[in-house]
Design a protein around this ligand. Structure first.
Ligand code: LLP
Length: 413
């Protein structure tokens, strides 16, 4: 594909160059229609049994996007008190929030308990804390099923060597603590890792998880976690996650479980990336081009402070080169390093990437930047965080987060 943004009319008739001039760069640009569409898709993963999709908001907490999730009927999971507060501000009632924290203080746990928000405990130690501050309460437990998967070792969140969840061998201890504090274990959850395109490992993990679920009596819900992948190699025509095949295969696994368990609890999943990644591109300006010892570099204002995924996980993001608002043809490609303006040699957005010729003044348009993009950005090198704009269904563009100012950098000192 020569250009994804042109193929899907991402800017809805607006000229990207004009958008960049008006809102400045670097700029996160979201597309309402694509995000709603993906949010709807995850709400349909299980249709035969009671099911809710919880948008995992760590991927992107912009309140305007949370409101889209609210309107699309999704519930949400929160990892911290801050995320709960975001959800409350977006209008989510307590029943639609699931608190899935890791190693939190009793105080932070109490924030959720006081509001009647269902909380999952990630260790026996945290379950004890919950019991101490909320005896007789109801909660969930995160299980580490012993196997994990994911696009990078840093995002594998289950298996013998991760910090997450309670190991299967400790399940009896869950029951002992529950008895001691008269707790009801209403649900169990897992999350094996992030970004799978092949759904077999997820299905194997789901099957294994349901085997573990049989050890729990009277469960109200079983939560399989998130991780559905998106095609980051769009320009090479990578196929999207095959949702239909996945749904069918998962349904067969659920049929068996429901028959064995005697009834269908509420099933849940926790997709983050899938909901928001593809509905966002990141626009940056090319401020310099050079050859260093035979290697070509394009220097942009998209540093690792703006998008850290490539530096942190060697993640791939497709890059389109835009000139005068149009994607430059990909007929003639040569290797180039696209980098940012941060004082680190690891500040590389795309390494030895085959791209069309890049000129000073061009725009670099980074695809699939909506998940773990803005939510992981920082002010490293004292660079204010970028703005975020939303291309609405009707083609209008609204600012959904202002660009930080230099004053903001001093505000708390
Ligand atoms: N549920 C739990 C408990 C999680 O820890 C996560 C992600 C999710 C759901 C959502 O996973 P998703 O559907 O987005 O894959 N920053 C990394 C990803 C870290 C994911 C951490 N946990 C990245 O940029 O790839």
């Amino acid at each position: 594909m020569n250009s994804y943004i042109e193929a899907v009319d991402f800017f809805k008739g607006n000229n990207p160059e004009k958008v960049a001039e008006e809102f400045k760069t670097p700029l996160y640009v979201y597309n309402e229609e694509i995000i709603r569409n993906r949010m709807h898709a995850v709400s349909q993963v299980i249709t035969k049994y009671p099911y809710t999709a919880n948008y995992s908001i760590k991927a992107n907490t912009n309140i305007h996007l949370l409101k889209l999730a609210l309107e699309e009927g999704l519930n949400c999971d929160a990892m911290s008190e801050g995320e709960i507060r975001m959800l409350e501000a977006a209008g989510f009632p307590k029943e639609r929030i699931f608190f899935v924290p890791n190693n939190v203080s009793a105080e932070e746990m109490k924030y959720a308990i006081d509001r009647g928000i269902m909380t999952s405990l990630d260790s026996l130690s945290q379950l004890e804390t919950f019991g101490e501050i909320n005896p007789g309460g109801k909660c969930a437990v995160r299980i580490n099923p012993g196997v994990g998967a994911g696009h990078h070792e840093k995002v594998v969140t289950a298996g013998k060597k991760t910090k997450f969840g309670v190991a299967e061998e400790d399940i009896d201890k869950i029951f002992e603590i529950a008895e001691k504090y008269n707790l009801t274990i209403a649900g169990i959850n897992q999350h094996i890792g992030s970004l799978f395109m092949d759904y077999e490992p997820f299905l194997a993990a789901a099957q294994n998880f349901l085997r573990i679920a049989l050890k729990f009596k009277n469960l109200e819900f079983v939560d399989f976690g998130g991780g559905y992948g998106i095609p980051y190699h769009k320009l090479d025509d990578e196929k999207p996650f095959e949702m239909e095949g996945f749904k069918k295969a998962l349904e067969e696994i659920l049929d068996k479980f429901v028959a064995d368990y005697g009834y269908a609890p509420l099933f849940k999943s926790e997709p983050g990336r899938f909901c928001v990644a593809e509905g966002c591109v990141l626009l940056g300006r090319v401020h310099a081009v050079k050859q260093n010892n035979g290697h070509a570099y394009a220097g942009t204002d998209i540093g690792m402070n703006v998008l850290v995924r490539p530096s942190m996980y060697d993640s791939w993001h497709d890059v389109e080169v835009l000139r005068d608002g149009k994607a430059v043809s990909r007929d003639n490609l040569s290797p180039i390093n696209v980098c940012g303006n941060i004082c680190e040699s690891g500040d590389l957005l795309a390494k030895d990437r085959m791209l069309p010729e890049i000129k000073k003044g061009d725009l670099a348009c980074v695809l699939d930047a909506g998940a773990y993009g803005y939510s992981m950005c920082s002010t490293y090198n004292s660079r204010p965080r970028p703005a975020e704009v939303l291309v609405c269904k009707d083609g209008s563009i609204k600012t959904i987060r202002k660009r930080e100012t230099y004053e903001d950098l001093f505000r708390l000192m």
